[in-house]
Design a binder for this molecule. Structure first.
Ligand SMILES: Nc1ncnc2c1ncn2[C@@H]1O[C@H](COP(=O)(O)OP(=O)(O)OP(=O)(O)O)[C@@H](O)[C@H]1O
Length: 619
């Protein structure tokens, strides 16, 4: 019995209350995961104790090895999961089991509300401990922080809050170190009291937990039901794909299958074991500002840190473990950043990951397409950040182009048109919009492939001068393009239409547009449309400018208006000086709209258009 005299009620943080409400009232098919989450927390707690004990060996002076104990009690209808790990003091119980200290919680909850089966999302987000409320109507957590005399009891039946109280003597005696979690099961969760069910779940989800998991059923001695070895230390030959899949799910807390598994041991100047995975599904927090990595650092099987920046930020979707034989165990988390040995490991492992992705790209294009689909926009951040590996990352990249999907630059270069010396691209918001962009017309008439780039990061990496295989990348909305030497394939291009008089027409338009543009010139890009806007040769691409302007970073420079001298509207302009100003403005505004921009004065645009239409109708 716990003493209730000093019990204190505390409310849950609003997000927790909302989450619990969702868990209790929605029917999730995969309730089994609650056990995985509790075991994973228990294992983390054992990891943390081992780490703290390096500097404070007195914490484990009792000699009790870290372990996890699962005890079903049919008579009491309770399931207990206990560990001899780090434990929690009063404040930690309040903070850790009453709040969710994670950015993105709000948007996650909104998604969870919409989703039919939230289990997958729960896995992505890791609601962790709270998953236990799917099967329990009441949870009692008794915990002793390692080295402390105090033991505290946290009790909650879900709802809006929990109680916190000091433990009774009896409870305190029982919990010598670590955390004991007692689940008072809901009537429909009685199956979790069966030893075979518990064993099944542990085998399925938690076999690779490093610490022994003991099952203490009513009859007989407690027995170990997991393998309790660090999988990454085992040799590849004894492991099956299922073992890896399970290790991935357990290490990453994920539900999907790994799309890439990389397991090796480096020997030489440094020895370390590497077990890394690429998920096949996107994590919800991939684009958060912190861009934190998720590869765990171990030193000789002892967990050291969750995010030791073992890979560059553009590989932050990779999950897994690196276990070093050489780093000092007492390396502080602060020292990790400047450690030269770690820098070497980082460099070598980054190279291996990229190499493995290359191999998958060549040998298993379908798997690679999955990885690229989920993480391409992240990998492309490397084109901007990792100068050293830019060439390799460009070779890895896949693009939607005017010729198809999932095209590599190698394929692009293999299919160059005669006399084509550049790789063309266009940056914009959506593939559909880009496909109808007039700037593609002349390229299309020559069968020239154009990369259609729609990820926000595309505007950035393309702003640096780049080439692939000696062919520079060139934007179709920036500077001059000259397709003159590339033969036409589309005979529709109106080569023999009469051209408007260039000098007069351009002078008229320039005069009409004044300060709106930096220049007006005859276009090489257009065949069917009348006009388009481009950036000057040394100005930023217009898509990047728009993006920066939206974030109030950098002013928008004046564009260049290109006109198609064979277009009847442009031809008409020179012959009708009375209407030249309206027609010029219309050419400018049309071009803005085609780029996804609003004309500066939409009402004036509409009225101008109406007048011209009426005139055309002879009214
Ligand atoms: N058995 C335990 N021993 C010690 N601390 C624990 C234990 N269980 C939970 N905690 C603490 O409570 C926190 C919240 O746990 P919870 O499972 O909700 O999320 P998490 O483990 O941080 O996230 P995730 O589930 O995504 O790994 C943990 O970070 C840990 O600090």
């Amino acid at each position: 019995m716990t003493t209730t005299a000093a019990a204190e009620s505390q409310p849950f943080q609003a997000e927790v209350a909302e989450l619990l409400d969702l868990m209790v009232h929605s029917v999730y098919s995969e309730t089994d995961i609650f056990l995985r989450e509790l075991i994973s927390n228990a294992s983390d707690a054992c990891d943390k104790l081992r780490y703290e004990a390096i500097a404070h060996p007195e914490l484990i002076a009792d000699g009790a090895p870290p372990a996890i104990r699962i005890a079903p009690d049919k008579a009491a209808n309770t399931l207990t999961v206990a560990d001899t790990g780090i434990g929690m003091d009063r404040q930690e119980l309040i903070d850790n089991l009453g709040t969710i200290a994670r950015s993105g919680t709000k948007s996650f909850l909104a998604k969870l509300t919409e989703a039919k089966d939230g289990a997958n999302l729960i896995g992505q987000f890791g609601v962790g401990f709270y998953a236990a409320f799917m099967v329990a109507e009441k949870i009692v957590v008794t915990s002793r922080r390692a080295g402390s005399d105090e033991v505290w009891v946290w009790t909650s039946a879900g709802g809006s809050g929990f109680e916190i109280a000091p433990a009774s003597e009896e409870d305190a005696r029982r919990v010598a170190r670590g955390t004991e979690i007692v689940l008072h099961l809901k009537p429909d969760a009685a199956k979790y009291l069966e030893a075979y069910e518990i064993e099944r779940i542990v085998r399925e989800y938690s076999d690779n937990i490093q610490f022994p998991i003991l099952l203490a059923a009513a009859e007989g001695e407690p027995r170990q039901i997991n393998l309790a070895s660090a999988l990454w230390q085992r040799s590849k030959s004894e492991l099956k794909p299922e073992d890896y899949a399970q290790a991935y799910k357990q290490i990453a807390g994920a539900f999907d299958e790994p799309a890439m598994t990389l397991h090796y041991r480096a020997e030489g100047r440094q020895s370390y074991a590497v077990l890394l995975f690429a998920p096949s599904q996107k994590a919800f927090d991939l684009f958060q500002v912190e861009r934190k990595g998720k590869v765990k650092l171990y030193v000789r099987r002892v967990f050291i840190a969750d995010d030791a920046e073992l890979l560059p930020a553009y590989l932050r979707f990779i999950r897994g473990v690196i276990d070093s034989e050489d780093l000092p165990l007492n390396i502080s988390r602060e020292m990790l950043q400047n450690n030269p040995q770690l820098a070497q490991i980082r460099k070598a492992v980054t190279g291996r990951v990229i190499g493995e992705l290359e191999t998958i790209g060549e040998k298993e294009p379908e798997t690679f397409a999955k990885i690229w689909d989920a993480f391409g926009p992240v990998i492309k951040e490397g084109l901007w950040e990792d100068f050293e590996r830019r060439e390799k990352l460009l070779a890895l990249s896949r693009f939607t182009t005017t010729s198809g999907e999932n095209r590599s630059l190698k394929q692009y270069v293999d299919d160059l048109k005669p006399n084509q010396t550049e790789i063309y691209y266009l940056v914009g918001d959506s593939i559909e919009r880009l496909k109808s962009n007039p700037k593609l017309e002349s390229a299309r008439a020559r069968g020239i492939e154009v990369l259609l780039l729609t990820d926000p990061v595309d505007a950035f990496w393309t702003s640096a001068p780049l080439d692939f295989g000696g062919k520079p990348l060139k934007s179709l909305s920036q500077g001059d393009v000259d397709f003159g030497l590339i033969p036409l394939t589309d005979t529709d291009e109106k080569k023999d239409e009469p051209e408007a008089d260039a000098a007069t027409t351009i002078a008229l338009i320039k005069d009409a547009l004044g300060e709106r543009v930096s220049d007006v010139r005859a276009s090489q890009r257009l065949t069917a449309s009348a006009s388009c806007l481009v950036a000057g040769g040394d100005a930023r691409d217009r898509a990047l400018e728009r993006l920066l302007a939206q974030q109030n970073r950098g002013a928008v420079t004046k564009p260049i208006l290109e006109v198609n001298l064979r277009h009847p509207l442009v031809a008409a302009l020179a012959g009708d000086t009375a209407q030249a100003k309206d027609l010029s403005l219309l050419l400018f505004e049309q071009a803005q709209i085609l780029d996804g921009e609003m004309p500066d004065d939409p009402a004036a645009f509409a009225s101008r258009l109406n007048q011209l239409v009426l005139r055309g109708m002879g009214k």
